[in-house]
Each structure stands twice: as structure tokens, then as C-alpha cells.
Design a binder for this molecule. Structure first.
Ligand code: PLP
Length: 383
């Protein structure tokens, strides 16, 4: 391999390769929308909702404008507000806790499991006790299926049921993954996902969806999606948002959903190759029993004492990008540091924020390119 090939930049997520694979089918889907001009609530939106329902097994799917709106809409529909507490993991993307705070409720941050990075049941219990001690009413838990892997829904669901909380599953990174043989979208009261372009199932802009089996909640969500409208369009019966998914994005998603199973299988093969190539030099991600992943990220942990910035720089010098999700857990960020954390603190979240780093991961990562990444990681660790 000459120097030029070795340092050719590798994409972190290759949206271009997928665009090339889908080619004309996407162009034609967009052209159909351009021909019928129903840019809002066009037939593709209803068709996509039906396909997502079939794919996930959920009874209702409400497409919406983003993953953040999906979370917020459920919390609005449940009328959360000041004095209410919602238990969220701290090691997550900020939207999880942001949606809670936007309603006026209080996010109470809990810790995650060291191996799976997902909500830790014991810390959830401590967080509920913390919320009560602070005079807050614990109303909901938001487990996050982080980096593509399902959270432990039985453990979270049992605690939530015992405490009278509803569960809103934040599957923004993990639509397509399953837990004990059931696809995400069917756990808890409702599931929120994101179709941001970098997500395993992404559109060409912002988009999201909510999944629920609850008929009444589904109706309320459809109202909130359009300013809280009632059966008469001009009699708004509650506060709402402009949170619709546009027809063009729905048309694109229908095409992408057609190859999604195949892409999930490819992502799993790539994850297995990473595990084989790197398992003896870094901590590679582990799938918990009963969980599958769609590998939104391939996140490793560096050995104790490793210099993460130096490691990232060594990869970058060879054209290999990396990213740190999340350099700061939510409770360590300026906007969120005044919200409560579960008694006992969040040591695992803080450790993870110090030592994780994510490697390129997408369904089109070919074997020679991946071998280059693996060799670079091994070289950077031993240097
Ligand atoms: C865990 C999690 N929740 C929520 C969101 C919000 O999704 P969106 O960017 O579509 O608003 C994201 C997006 O990155 C996410 O990763």
C-alpha cells in the first residue's frame, strides 16, 4: 500500500454510497412528490406510517418533524409540567433531557451500565428516590437505546410499573433494533425515533416518528402535530406545534426502508469484524443478552491512561475520522448542570465521557477500508 492510498480520507458515515445505491429510485420518489405537489400531509406520509407500523409491530405511527419533537410531543400529550420529574440517562444526546426541560418538568439524570452504556436499573431506582426527596413527582422514565442497542426494557419497565411511571423509549439512534425478539417501537407507552440523515434510517433532512399502541395517545399526538387542532381545523383544543414530517422526506424514507434490513445485516457484519480485529486491544461494545443493535455508532473504550486526543490525532493523520459521543454527559453541560442527579452520583457516565471514542460505522464500509481502520487503531494503541 503506498502512502497516498493509506492516507486517503475515509468517511465517518457514508451517505454518498447509499445515495448511489438507491440512485434513481430516490429521484423518482421525489419527482412523484414534485408532480402531485402535496408537500404537507401528502399520500407518502400515510404510506410511510403504515410501513413503519408493519416494520415495528406498533399499532400507531405518527410521523413528525424530528426526534426531538417526537419526545416533546409525547411529554406534551401527557401534560407534563412544573413539579414533575422525568428520569433520563445522563450519557445521551442532549435532546433526551432537553425535551423534558422544555415542558417545564425536571429531568433527573441517572447513570448507565458500564458495558452497554444504557440506563442502569439501580441508578433509576435511586433517581426516583432523589426526585421524591426533592419534592418532585416522578412521572416518566426515558430509557435511551444508545448507539443502536436496545436498553434493558424489562428492568426499566418493571421499575416504572412499580412506581406508576410511564416509559417513553428514546430510540432515536436505534430504530430497527430489537429486545427479546421484539422490534423497538413496542416498549413502554410510546417510542420516539429520529430520521436525521446520520441515523441508521435517515432521511435527507430532519424527520422523526412516534410509535404507540395507545389509541387515545395517538389521537392526541396527531392533534399536537398540527397546533393542537380539534376536529374543526380552526378550533384548536390544546397547545401544539408545527411538527409534521414533510412529504418529500416521507417519500425518501419509503425507499430507504426497502433496503434497511439489508443495511442492518451489513452493519452487524461490520461490527463483528471490528470486534474480531480490536477485541484484544480496546474495550469493544458488548451486546447484552436478548438485545440486538443497528450500530448507529461503533464506540470503543480506550485502555486506562491512554491519551484519547493523541489517539484521535494518530487516526486523523491516516485519514481516519473519529468522534466522541459524548465528551460531556448531560449533567456536566452548562444548560443542564443545575438539574438533579440520582443519589450516589453518575460515576459511570463520567468515566465513559472520559474514555469513549467512536470509529467509522455505516453499511457500506468495505473490508479493505475497515482493515485499514483496524490496523490504524492497533498501531495508535501500541504507540
Ligand atoms: C438519543 C437521541 N435522542 C433524541 C435525538 C433527537 O433527534 P433529532 O436530531 O431528530 O431531533 C437524537 C439525535 O441525535 C438522539 O441521538
Amino acid at each position: 500500500m503506498n502512502q497516498q492510498v493509506r492516507s486517503q480520507p475515509i468517511p465517518f458515515i457514508d451517505i454518498v454510497a447509499q445515495r448511489q445505491r438507491l440512485g434513481r429510485s430516490i429521484d423518482e420518489a421525489v419527482s412523484r412528490v414534485l408532480a402531485h405537489c402535496q408537500f404537507i400531509n401528502g399520500p407518502e406520509v400515510t404510506a410511510l406510517e403504515a410501513e413503519l407500523a408493519k416494520f415495528s409491530g406498533a399499532r400507531h405511527v405518527i410521523a413528525c418533524a424530528s426526534g426531538t419533537d417526537a419526545l416533546l410531543m409525547v411529554l406534551m400529550a401527557k401534560q407534563l409540567g412544573p413539579g414533575d420529574a422525568v428520569l433520563c440517562p445522563s450519557f445521551t444526546f442532549c435532546a433526551t433531557g432537553e425535551a423534558v426541560a422544555l415542558t417545564g418538568a425536571t429531568p433527573v439524570f441517572v447513570d448507565v451500565d458500564e458495558a452497554t452504556f444504557n440506563m442502569d436499573a439501580a441508578s433509576l431506582e435511586r433517581g426516583i428516590a432523589t426526585a421524591k426527596r426533592l419534592g418532585l413527582k416522578p412521572k416518566a422514565a426515558i430509557p435511551v437505546d444508545l448507539f443502536g442497542q436496545s436498553a434493558d426494557h424489562d428492568a426499566v419497565g418493571a421499575i416504572a410499573a412499580a412506581e406508576g411511571l410511564f416509559v417513553l423509549d428514546d430510540a432515536a439512534q436505534s430504530f430497527g433494533a430489537s429486545y427479546k425478539g421484539r422490534r423497538l417501537g413496542t416498549f413502554g407507552l410510546a417510542t420516539a425515533t429520529s430520521f436525521f440523515p446520520a441515523k441508521p434510517l435517515g432521511c435527507f433532512g430532519d424527520g422523526g416518528a412516534i410509535f404507540t399502541d395507545d389509541d387515545e395517545l395517538a389521537e392526541r399526538l396527531r392533534s399536537i402535530r398540527v397546533h393542537g387542532q380539534g376536529s374543526d381545523k380552526y378550533d384548536n383544543v390544546r397547545l401544539g406545534l408545527t411538527a409534521r414530517l414533510d412529504t418529500m422526506q416521507a417519500a425518501i424514507l419509503i425507499e430507504k426502508l426497502g433496503i434497511f434490513e439489508d443495511e442492518i445485516a451489513a452493519r452487524n457484519e461490520i461490527a463483528e469484524r471490528y470486534a474480531r480485529g480490536l477485541g484484544n486491544v480496546v474495550t469493544v461494545p458488548r451486546l447484552a443478552e436478548g438485545c440486538t443493535s443497528v450500530w448507529a455508532q461503533y464506540t470503543i473504550r480506550l485502555p486506562k491512561g491512554a491519551n484519547r486526543d493523541g489517539f484521535a490525532a494518530a487516526l486523523k493523520a491516516q485519514g481516519i475520522p473519529s468522534a466522541i459521543y459524548y465528551q460531556k454527559s448531560m449533567h456536566q453541560q452548562t444548560a443542564y448542570r443545575d438539574f438533579p442527579v440520582a443519589d450516589g452520583g453518575l460515576p459511570v457516565s463520567e468515566r465513559l465521557s472520559d474514555d469513549v471514542i467512536s470509529l467509522p460505522m455505516h453499511a457500506y464500509l468495505d473490508e479493505p477500508t475497515q482493515a485499514r481502520i483496524i490496523a490504524a487503531v492497533r498501531g495508535a494503541i501500541s504507540a
